[in-house]
Design a protein around this ligand. Structure first.
Ligand SMILES: [Fe+2]
Ligand SMILES: [Fe+2]
Length: 138
């Protein structure tokens, strides 16, 4: 299905809200326990990378003539460490699917710089998913 610039900026705004939600969640840092020390460290790095994603998405939305959202998406917060990691992993896998679509859509519109930025974001999300899978013993 053909995508319009307006539709694409709306979708990018949803990606932006999602990225912001992850940052807020990871910054709340309610995960504890020695067994989780490595992934807690990784999650702090992920949160900083999500900040970068949010900034890149905001700049791109702005450049494309949209107005970057200031909303934060839905925040899932289990009290159980493994459940929380699984929620993060589900979120990363959802992000990977969304960014793959967004790359195709930006190429349809010949927005190649946007596609390149999205490819970089996608590569980082795949790393996030791998870190979480490792922490979950998958
Ligand atoms: Fe992200
Ligand atoms: Fe991520």
């Amino acid at each position: 299905m053909a995508v319009t610039m307006e539709k694409l900026t709306d979708l990018l705004n949803m990606d932006l809200e999602y990225s912001a939600a992850i940052v807020h969640k990871s910054r709340s840092g309610n995960m504890t326990g020695a067994a989780y020390r490595d992934i807690i460290k990784e999650l702090k790095i992920h949160a900083n990378e999500e900040v970068q994603h949010a900034m890149i998405l905001s700049d791109q939305i702005d450049y494309l003539g949209g107005s970057p959202s200031v909303n934060v998406g839905k925040i899932q917060a289990s009290k159980d460490n493994n459940e929380m990691l699984q929620q993060y992993l589900d979120g990363e896998e959802d992000a990977i699917k969304r960014y793959k679509m967004r790359i195709e859509q930006s190429e349809q519109l010949k927005e190649f710089a946007l596609a390149q930025q999205l490819r970089n974001i996608l590569a980082t999300e795949q790393e996030h998913a791998m870190d979480l899978k490792q922490a979950l013993g998958k």
